[in-house]
Design a protein around this ligand. Structure first.
Ligand code: ATP
Ligand code: MG
Length: 658
């Protein structure tokens, strides 16, 4: 009897071969926020008019004089306008019918939960804004934030925004050294941290890391500490320098006038994930950013007044900034925040949360979906997921196999999937379906958002034809675009705007098909050149993941005397599958069948885990170092450095590192 995995395999192969598309289900289309395809044409014809009309949804203290001033690569949006981001996300809703609507639904590690209505959130934000003022924070002072996913994290961002102090959030999983580097670069005056954070029932000693970090960071004057784990943390407090959050806010007033910020005033700095090298301090300003994230959130996630919306990212990354905090709250939407991991206490944690809160829109990452696939469909099947009506993904290209799994096992073939491409630098989603309009194709992020113009170019700046790979660039400014690299405007110009005159170089490879759909191929550095053919790591990985034995794969090119480069694949097998020589041969053949002999991996290496960044992206450059027998490059942004050293040792022991 054919096993179910093989059956699904067959069905998937048939489906993808016929190039099947998934039009919006009729029921969804009828109720969608954006139903008229003219939106593309209108934005194309009158960019300033399009964004100006959207900007009416924000509350302005002073209206702007000019929607856009563009002197490539320098942009100014809504010149002359004055507003406050926190006022737009909180106060104005707290003063409306939404006063007692849930703003933040917080699900903590088992046992804890908290609901903040817009009215409650307004008071909490005001108290903490006043606490910051009492510590001497003024408009323009940078505030570093190093916390787990607790409600105080969102409150801290908004309190900073309220008084005009740019925040710089550092993901709570980073080491003391990474934190120090970022504090120093931003010259932050205040650090907000916790006594500790919960991680799978264990304590991450945030305060210890923070103390270590600020030893070499003299700009920090005060540390504010959120009590989260209590006695378990043994956090030491330094008299006069450190303050408990709860003690500060207990004395603070819950009234605070918003600072009237210039449209182009700095809202925050955020360092990129560091997948490709040294992290860059990306600068986002107030009006354009808030407008870009709220507009895309409403249109792409089809947000309705009563929706419960859940983005599973961490607020330490841009996805959390834009699509847990600023976008949803600016829209007056209920946003869910989850503190823990997907497998604690068990592997159905996400699905039990969806059922508990009746989540309507879920936004997560391909790496999470591949993990759920590996664990098996029985985990989501235990829960009632019928509240879901729309699914999203971000962070990496999604392999078609994973897309179909998500569609069938989470969306029950009822929910459209929006595959959203964007970057820390872009601030907002730029390539994505509009779920009531766009027919989706598994693995394609489909089309640029209205008003966004993307092209795929070759080395010399010529547009490549349908199906051919090249470099993804953006040719028109958009409101949430970053304005510079903090303290390093030259890097802004050189890294992003110099490769092609006046165009934004994304660093990603892509191709466009006959229908004008974009297919992201991974980072430019990850595109391989095998015997003169350009092959993307993503395509070979997708072919591998498409095999029923494979859970995850990372593909790299290593130097080869004859071919220039040869393909090596690091493969994680599904649970219970034995790593055999036969399977290796089978996988090589499978790739050759799917893509062509040219893409057949020279080498396949089985490993229980792949090296990932703390934002869960595969770090291919370290795998290249291993395959080419080099000393490992910078590993400070890895989630678990032990994975890569084990892998290196194992690789060398198997005699591959010659
Ligand atoms: P660094 O720039 O420091 O190396 P990073 O690029 O991983 O780190 P982010 O800004 O978090 O930091 O990630 C943006 C990148 O993620 C994009 O350039 C792209 O490579 C990838 N990405 C994000 N979403 C998608 C998507 N939907 N499809 C394909 N790739 C995506
Ligand atoms: Mg990047």
């Amino acid at each position: 009897m054919a096993d179910p995995a093989a059956k699904q395999q067959e069905r998937l192969a048939a489906l993808l071969q016929e190039g099947r598309t998934f039009p919006p289900p009729e029921e969804f289309r009828r109720q969608a926020n954006i139903r008229d395809v003219k939106v593309y044409e209108e934005a194309q014809r009158d960019l300033e008019g399009f964004w100006g009309a959207q900007a009416e949804r924000l509350d302005w203290f002073k209206r702007w004089d000019k929607a856009l001033e563009w002197n490539a690569p320098w942009a100014k949006w809504f010149v002359g306008g004055k507003l406050n981001a926190a006022y737009n996300c909180v106060d104005r809703h707290a003063r409306s019918e939404r006063r007692n609507k849930a703003a933040i639904l917080w699900e903590g590690e088992p046992g804890d939960s908290r609901v903040l209505t817009f009215g409650m959130l307004e008071r909490e934000v005001n108290r903490f804004a006043n606490a910051l003022k009492s510590l001497g924070v003024k408009k323009g002072d940078r505030v570093a934030i190093y916390l787990g996913m607790v409600p105080e994290l969102a409150i801290a961002l908004l309190a900073c925004a309220k008084i005009g102090a740019p925040h710089s959030v550092v993901f709570g999983g980073f080491s003391a050294e990474s934190l120090r580097e970022r504090i120093q670069d931003a010259k932050a005056k205040i650090l907000i941290t916790g006594d500790g954070a919960w991680r799978r029932g264990n304590v991450v000693p945030l305060k210890h890391h923070a103390d270590e970090a600020i030893q070499g960071a003299p700009s920090i004057e005060h540390v504010v500490v959120v009590e989260r784990v209590g006695k378990a943390a043994h956090a030491a407090m330094k008299e006069g320098r450190d303050f408990w959050w709860h003690e500060l806010v207990a004395q603070a007033s819950d009234q605070c006038d918003p600072e009237a910020m210039d449209a182009e005033d700095l809202l925050y700095i955020l360092y990129t994930s560091g997948t490709t090298g040294k992290p860059k301090g990306v600068v986002h300003t107030t009006a354009g950013y808030l407008l870009g994230v709220s507009t895309t959130h409403r249109m792409i996630f089809d947000i309705k007044e009563n929706d419960v919306y859940w983005c599973t990212a961490d607020i330490g990354w841009v996805t959390g900034h834009s699509y847990i905090v600023y976008g949803p709250l600016a829209n007056g939407c209920t946003t869910l925040m989850y503190e823990g991991s997907p497998d604690y206490p068990d592997r159905d944690r996400f699905w039990s949360i969806v059922a508990k809160y009746g989540v309507n829109v879920l936004y997560t990452a391909p790496t999470a979906i591949r993990t759920f696939m590996r664990w098996g469909a029985e985990w989501p099947a235990k829960h009632d997921l019928s509240s879901l009506r729309l699914l999203g993904t971000v962070g990496e290209p999604i392999n078609p196999e994973a897309w179909i799994w998500y569609h069938e096992n989470i969306g029950h073939e009822r929910c459209p999937i929006v595959d959203t491409w964007w970057q820390t630098e872009t601030g907002m989603i730029l390539i994505s379906p509009l779920p009531g309009l766009t027919a989706t194709k598994p693995g394609s992020a489909t089309r640029p958002f209205p008003g966004i113009e993307a092209e795929v170019l070759d080395e010399r700046g010529r547009r490549v034809g349908p199906g051919a790979g090249g470099y993804l660039v953006l040719t028109r400014p958009w409101p949430a675009m970053f304005r510079t690299i903090y303290g390093d405007p030259d890097r802004y110009v050189n890294q992003y705007w110099s490769r092609y005159e006046g165009k934004y170089f994304t660093g990603d490879g892509a191709k466009v098909d006959e229908d004008g759909y974009f297919w992201l191929l991974g980072r430019v550095d990850d595109v391989m050149n095998v015997a003169g053919h350009r092959i993307s790591t993503y395509e070979v990985e997708s072919a591998l993941v498409d095999h029923s034995a494979v859970a995850e794969a990372a593909v790299i090119a290593k130097a080869h005397d004859v071919k220039g480069q040869a393909i090596a694949a690091f493969v994680t097998l599904k649970e219970g599958v034995q790593p055999t020589e036969e399977l290796k041969a089978g996988l090589k053949q499978h790739v050759a069948n799917k893509i062509g002999a040219i893409a057949r991996p020279e080498d396949i290496f089985f490993t229980p885990e792949l090296p990932k960044t703390r934002s869960a992206k595969i770090m291919r450059r370290l795998l290249r170092d291993i395959a080419e027998g080099r000393v490992l490059g910078d590993t400070t942004t890895l989630a678990d450095p032990a994975v890569i050293s084990k892998l290196k040792q194992q690789y060398e022991e198997e005699g591959k590192g010659e």
